[in-house]
Design a protein around this ligand. Sequence first.
Ligand SMILES: Nc1nc2c(ncn2[C@@H]2O[C@H](COP(=O)(O)OP(=O)(O)OP(=O)(O)O)[C@@H](O)[C@H]2O)c(=O)[nH]1
Length: 222
Amino acid sequence: MAAIDKVKVLVVGDSGVGKTSFVHLACHSEPYSNPGATIGCSVEVKLHGYKAGLPGEKEYFVELWDIGGSSSHRNSRSIFYNLVNGIILVHDLSNRKSHQNLRKWLAEVLDKGNDKVNNGYDYDPEQFAGNQIPILVIGTKADQAQSLNGNVLSKRSSVAEECGADEFNIDCTHMKYLTPGSTNSVKLARFFDKVIERRYSANQGHVSPLTDRRRWKNAHMD
Ligand SMILES: Nc1nc2c(ncn2[C@@H]2O[C@H](COP(=O)(O)OP(=O)(O)OP(=O)(O)O)[C@@H](O)[C@H]2O)c(=O)[nH]1
């Protein structure tokens, strides 16, 4: 039997925003009752049907690399940022700062945690406009944010807009937000399809965040 091809997707965002809860919901189709803080990184694998129901349908493993968000591990986590095929940015809808910090997370991942980031290098939206790495933005804790702001499920993320990413908002404590066939579930499947396409289409291969950044510079700085 042929080996199943795989892609690597990073899941990043501030500590406590719900990365582990989202990954668990996506991989096990049930909420995680009591997730602990992730130290380093935890990897879950999801079997994804690429182009499900269409010609060219094929199964792939999607590795979801859930990166612990604690700032105390910032200097050591760049070891997880090699050979990345996709990025999921997670923020807490009831915590505006966690959304602002997504820009820092993107800068950190695309610069592989180098000194510029650690010493205050900040986000340049243009840097990500022509990004080759597919990005998905997920807002969590819609249940908690609901009481603060009425229509939080349809709230748009400026970060998603800036980098041309797809996005959705959920409550990770309820499976109904990721039911098979739902809008969110379809968006997630399309994102995985895009990641697989970029990874396995002709002339692509693995795209490292650094290569990606150089490509952007070459295209825009001449
Ligand atoms: N009410 C509510 N609680 C949530 C939601 N998502 C996560 N939580 C809770 O938020 C807390 C932190 O969730 P985690 O999934 O561990 O967060 P994390 O981003 O993985 O955190 P680190 O591992 O520290 O980076 C847990 O108590 C979760 O149960 C949500 O959508 N709604």
